[in-house]
Ligand binder design. Structure first.
Ligand code: SAJ
Length: 401
């Protein structure tokens, strides 16, 4: 069989590569000609350990080809972004345009799957679009939703070993999709309908967002109460049924800080905790900015000179180079805008250079700064010794021990 992956990004490309590695002939489609060119040359345009070797292998074997246009295949996978618009309404226009571009190619017996994180009802909506253009295909193609769950950095393992939830518009469509994924997934493939599968993806990320919001709320309460939140959480987690996550400077990335809005936009009255968790996690970043600013004012009052400030971390989570939707980056930007003459050293050990921030080595910055603000818990920072002669704002638990 031949399968077409619409979208060669952080999820589409790795899935296409792993499927090709398992003997499925793949056409990878992306609107970006640079991505297509690099993929055909066996060069990976994303950062993912071990993935480039696999890409080169499947390209050399002729199992994976990339193109800017889809061609006739037996199965089509929509793996394109679903961002939100200004008012937090989900934007499914990429899914729709990818879908429209494969409609003329569809034939009896084909499989059409959406993997993109999508609001509830999207699979049905796309089916309506397909059948409006091609009424001849009604009851003749198989349509399903199957979200991904992989964690960037561990994709090769998780794509194969994670369980997946698969929801077809009909039981036959579910079976057909399961047949496809079972060629390369060894985790269990759980059957459901499309609406439940769509909601399941949103639920997983919202659940994590709510749990992080709880930790972030505790951190702000503890700050006022004079309690070390890291120690508190460690102790509370000794209870056999309590498992609190870690506070930080906010929630970033393209998934957890986005997906809950797909529920709140559609169910504003019902989804109260989910909406509140988003607010708390967003507020946590503003709270951090305020704490930095007041530490800077206090330093100037006490020392009659301006402080040198080190902002430690730009990535959205530890030990990666990904700055997408990063609260750390937002905090650094906000502090720099508030004090445009301030002496601020920006540190991000996982990237060499940045077009906006001039980066400083983490050890030099730590040495030079009067105020040190830890935003991302990178391993490098954990090697630094505590210094009583500095004002340290530890928002991510570098010194929790
Ligand atoms: N964070 C905290 N405290 C924690 C854990 C995380 O503040 O205790 C913050 C991180 O610093 C980061 C954000 O949350 O800013 C998100 O990081 P993450 O590691 O929790 O998740 P992502 O966005 O890298 O990946 C998530 C995963 N979903 C779940 O764990 C439920 C992944 O499995 C999904 O595939 C991915 O979203 C996705 O694509 O949806």
């Amino acid at each position: 069989m031949k399968a077409c992956f619409m979208g060669l990004g952080y999820i589409g490309l790795p899935t296409a590569i792993i499927a090709a590695k398992h003997g499925i002939e793949i056409l990878g489609v992306d609107i970006n000609p640079k991505v297509v060119k690099m993929t055909n040359e066996g060069r990976l345009h994303i950062v993912e350990p071990g993935m480039e070797d696999l890409l080169r292998e499947v390209v050399e074997q002729g199992m994976l080809k990339a193109s800017t246009k889809p061609e006739v295949c037996d199965a089509y996978f929509m793996v394109v972004p679903t961002p939100f618009k200004g008012n937090h309404e989900p934007d499914v226009s990429y899914v729709e345009s990818a879908t429209r571009s494969v409609i003329p190619l569809l034939k009896e017996g084909d499989l059409y799957v959406i993997e993109s994180t999508s609001p509830v009802g999207t699979t049905e909506k796309m089916a309506d679009i397909i059948f409006a253009v091609r009424p001849d295909l009604k009851g003749k193609i198989h349509i399903a939703y199957c979200p991904e769950r992989v964690l960037p950095g561990n994709v090769i393992y998780e794509l194969v070993h994670n369980d997946r939830v698969i929801g077809g518009l009909t039981p036959e469509a579910t079976d057909k999709a399961i047949e496809f994924y079972s060629q390369f997934v060894t985790g269990q493939l759980h059957k459901t309908n499309s609406r439940t599968a769509e909601m399941c993806k949103l639920t997983e990320n919202s659940s994590r967002d709510v749990q992080i919001a709880f930790a972030n709320e505790l951190s702000m309460v503890c700050e006022k109460a004079g309690i070390n939140v890291w120690h508190l959480i460690e102790l509370a987690n000794k209870h056999p049924r309590v498992n609190i996550l870690q506070p930080g400077c906010g929630v970033g990335g393209h998934c957890i800080a986005v997906d809950p809005y797909f529920i709140t936009a559609a169910f504003p009255r019902e989804a109260q905790i989910i909406a509140k968790a988003r607010d708390i996690n967003n507020y946590k970043s503003e709270w951090c900015v305020e704490r930095v600013k007041s530490a800077m004012f206090r330093f100037e009052l006490d020392n009659k000179r301006r402080p040198k400030v080190a902002m430690m971390g730009l990535a959205f989570k530890p030990n990666i180079d990904d700055l997408r939707e990063s609260p750390a980056k937002r905090i650094v930007t906000s502090v720099m805008q508030s004090f445009n003459n301030a002496d601020i050293l920006v540190v991000e050990p996982n990237i060499k250079e940045h077009n906006v921030f001039k980066l400083t080595n983490y050890q030099d910055a730590y040495e030079q700064a009067d105020i040190v603000v830890f935003l991302t818990a990178h391993n490098e920072f954990k090697t630094l010794p505590w210094r009583d002669d500095k004002v340290i704002l530890d928002f991510c638990g570098i010194f929790k021990k």
